[in-house]
Design a protein around this ligand. Structure first.
Ligand code: 5AD
Ligand code: SF4
Length: 447
């Protein structure tokens, strides 16, 4: 019955935030398709259901979602049969569902992160009922092992290995909205990865808030052991993971990377700040020196390794001197890419209560200086690529540019022309030019 009712209906999922959310939207798409929603709608007007998969890690992501949901009011009035659902991190915050309902009474379904995979049941409950379905569980549910995703990121596939976080960095809302750490069973992860490789995926990205503590709640398989089990497959593929917390990043993991060529030599190791006083206030549990020692260990064992990071400016009480310590660390660590953020005060976190919140003008001035330094380093590294041949995993075609594109092992985007469709293939590209973070090139002649 279900399938007949929804036949030919279209869905639209609007995603905010990180890769974790992008993958969770793939799960929502899987759930909708299993209920007969046929295709993705090209526009909101064409959709029969619109699902907002929100993020609350920073205020601007939240404002963005609020703005987009509010903008639907007219459409919903004109088409009362259009279903509107809001879920994800934002709704999982204390009091958020009530606020949302008050602001946007036209929303039909509100769900959280803990019941994202139960979205189908909520959809069933809404059928034939006028009242909204609002369900935000306070407790994380059992880990679901089956792959319900409808994937749209070929040749890359995301695989969750764990959910939640136990670290409580003082600025971060994640532990409050995603609950405590829960690891998936190693056998289930390995089976999912093998299934994806069998289906032709060429790059697997393992996801968790702190992958280094994978398995510590189960006491069976550690993260490096999990990587080794996945790499037992000998065919060519790329294995990536994110995110590593520097406090738990160790030699055993680096040795696993060194032993298996499938593991990309790009390690994402968020440092957040370069001042020890700020790192302590952030509850990061390492000093700048300890961080740099880990980087040194990594480069000693894996000289061809590169590093990417997350950095934040304008944390409460950050002085000019603290900020300069961050700039010094950026120079010392020589990151190949860095994601830079302005601290955003998140209600309910420890840092939100701290005195000495930094004025916006100061935050803006610091982020501009940081971005300038990071861009200069990135540009310089891109220049060093010129004339070299890199291996690109082709992932898409840019119709406007008329070029294929993909990334090298270190996450650099490369663009090249090709007579034939090579999406999903490893291509040797000779770099002819670079601009900022992107590389331009041509297909190198086969040896
Ligand atoms: N404000 C700004 N950036 C934040 N991040 C996490 N919480 C906040 C916040 N409150 C950043 C961190 C983290 C990345 C995913 O988002 O740098 O590593
Ligand atoms: Fe947030 Fe820290 Fe957990 Fe990362 S490790 S999700 S920054 S609390």
């Amino acid at each position: 019955m279900e399938k007949i009712e929804h036949m030919e209906k279209k869905y639209r999922i609007v995603t905010y935030g990180c890769q974790m959310n992008v993958h969770e939207s793939e799960k929502l798409a899987g759930i909708l398709r299993a209920r007969g929603y046929k295709d993705e709608a090209a526009s909101e007007e064409e959709a029969d259901i619109i699902v907002f998969n929100t993020c609350c890690i920073r205020e601007n992501a939240e404002n963005h979602a609020y703005g987009n949901i509010g903008a639907l009011k007219k459409l919903k009035k004109a088409r009362p049969d259009l279903l509107v659902a809001v879920g994800g991190c934002m709704t999982q915050q204390a009091g958020a569902a009530e606020k949302l309902r008050k602001k946007f009474p036209f929303v039909d379904i509100v769900f959280g992160t803990h019941n994202l995979e139960e979205f189908g049941a909520l959809l069933d409950r809404k059928r034939g009922r006028k009242k909204a379905v609002v369900e935000i569980p306070d407790k994380e549910g059992a880990v679901r092992e089956e792959d319900i995703s409808f994937r749209t990121s070929y040749p890359n596939a995301w695989v969750n290995i764990m959910y939640g976080c136990n670290n409580f960095c003082s600025y971060c809302i994640v532990p409050y909205v995603r609950g405590r750490e829960r690891s998936r069973a190693a056998d289930a992860v390995v089976a999912e990865v093998n299934g994806l490789l069998d289906r032709g995926y060429k790059e697997i990205t393992l996801l968790g808030q702190n992958v280094n503590s994978y398995g510590s709640d189960r006491g069976e398989v550690s993260f490096p052991q999990l990587l080794r089990r996945i790499c037992a497959r000998e065919e060519k593929f790329r294995l990536r993971f994110m995110t590593s917390n520097p406090k738990d990043f160790g030699e055993e993991l680096v040795r696993a990377i060194a032993d298996h060529r499938q593991l990309c030599r790009l390690v994402h190791l968020p440092v957040q700040a370069g001042s020890d006083r700020i790192l302590r206030l952030m509850n990061r549990k390492y000093t700048a020196k300890e961080y740099l020692q880990k980087v040194e260990m990594l480069r000693r064992i894996l000289p061809d390794c590169r590093l990417s990071t997350d950095i934040m400016v304008g944390f409460p009480t950050e002085t000019e001197e603290d900020f300069r310590a961050t700039l010094d660390l950026v120079r010392a660590a020589d990151f190949s890419t860095a994601f830079t953020f302005v601290y955003s005060r998140r209600s309910g976190t420890a840092a939100a209560q701290m005195e000495g919140q930094i004025p916006e003008e100061v935050q803006k001035e610091r982020i501009m200086r940081l971005v300038e330094l990071v861009n200069a380093q990135t540009r310089e590294q891109s220049l060093a690529y010129r004339g070299k041949t890199v291996e690109i995993l082709c992932e898409d075609r840019d119709e406007k540019k008329g070029l294929y594109l993909g990334r090298d092992e270190f996450g650099r985007m490369g663009y090249f022309a090709s007579e034939r469709d090579c999406i999903g293939e490893f291509v040797q590209m000779r770099v002819t030019d670079s601009s900022g973070i992107s590389l331009m090139g041509e297909v190198a002649a086969k040896e």
